[in-house]
Design a protein around this ligand. Structure first.
Ligand code: PGA
Length: 251
């Protein structure tokens, strides 16, 4: 039986009040299902108000610093996230592109997350230019090699990976289910080369313009174990619709 992780990435949206209202409403709309893990990556300011508010909804931070403390104005340390999050998002393309986050920093963040007991959700993906030049698979391999460098099998096993083609994020263009499956299959074999059979247990999520209308076919693909959802996670109705469809799609 498959298990799905359905994660919402709220980005820089929602006040504390709006976040609490959303979680309370979502909690009422969804049933507990042991095969579905629902996660909300909320703004830091909302985390202490929503953590533990619903037994059905886990929380995640969208960013944090790999150092535990220091002179890093504006940053949030892993110590500060203690007891506020289950997951941390690492290497989202917006962090990579808009905040110049490189693979070295991403690698350090994964190590820090594991040290503090947070589940890392690592995002990787290619640009449109890379896809058009047939560089998708090699780009993803390069990201996995650098981001997972020096990690041992036990550490890598704890990571969830989200494939998010950059050209599909917030654009309304989704990878077709076949395109997504092809890439997920390749990520699975790359992980198999790194950690052997344990790669079967790594959850591979797809992200990029996921909505209720296109999620079913994506979830039906063999190597897709869940979704990372931006825009459609901001409304309780659309996000809960995706969760309901994912429950229907469990086989
Ligand atoms: P989107 O965002 O669903 O709005 O395309 C996905 C993401 O950025 O994680």
């Amino acid at each position: 039986m498959k298990k799905f992780k359905i994660a919402g990435n709220w980005k820089m949206y929602k006040t504390i009040e709006e976040s609490v209202k959303f979680i309370k409403e979502l909690d009422k709309k969804i049933n507990f299902n042991p095969f579905i893990e629902t996660i909300i990556f909320a703004p830091h300011t909302s985390l202490s108000s929503i953590y533990g508010l619903s037994a059905k909804i886990k929380t995640g931070a969208q960013n944090f610093h790999y150092e535990e403390q220091g002179a890093f104005t504006g940053e949030i340390s892993p110590i500060m996230l203690d007891k506020l999050v289950d997951f941390v998002l690492i290497g989202h393309s917006e962090r990579r592109q808009l905040f110049a986050e490189n693979d070295t920093a991403i690698n350090k963040k994964i190590k820090t997350a594991l040290k503090f007991g947070f589940s890392p959700l690592l995002c990787i993906g290619e640009t449109l230019d890379e896809r058009e030049n047939n560089l998708t698979l090699s780009r993803l391999e390069q990201q996995l090699d650098s981001d997972l460098e020096w990690l041992n099998i036990d550490e890598i096993k704890k990571i969830t990976i989200a494939y998010e083609p950059i050209w599909a994020i917030g654009t309304g263009k989704t990878a077709s289910p076949e395109q997504a499956q092809e890439v997920h299959h390749h990520i699975r074999s790359t992980m198999n080369n790194k950690i052997g059979d344990a790669s079967e247990d790594i959850a591979l999520l797809y992200g990029g313009s996921v909505k209720p209308e296109n999620c079913r076919l994506l979830l039906e693909q063999k190597d897709i174990d869940g979704l990372l959802i931006g825009g459609a996670s901001l409304k309780v109705d659309t996000f809960s619709a995706i969760i309901s469809i994912s429950i229907d799609s469990l086989i």
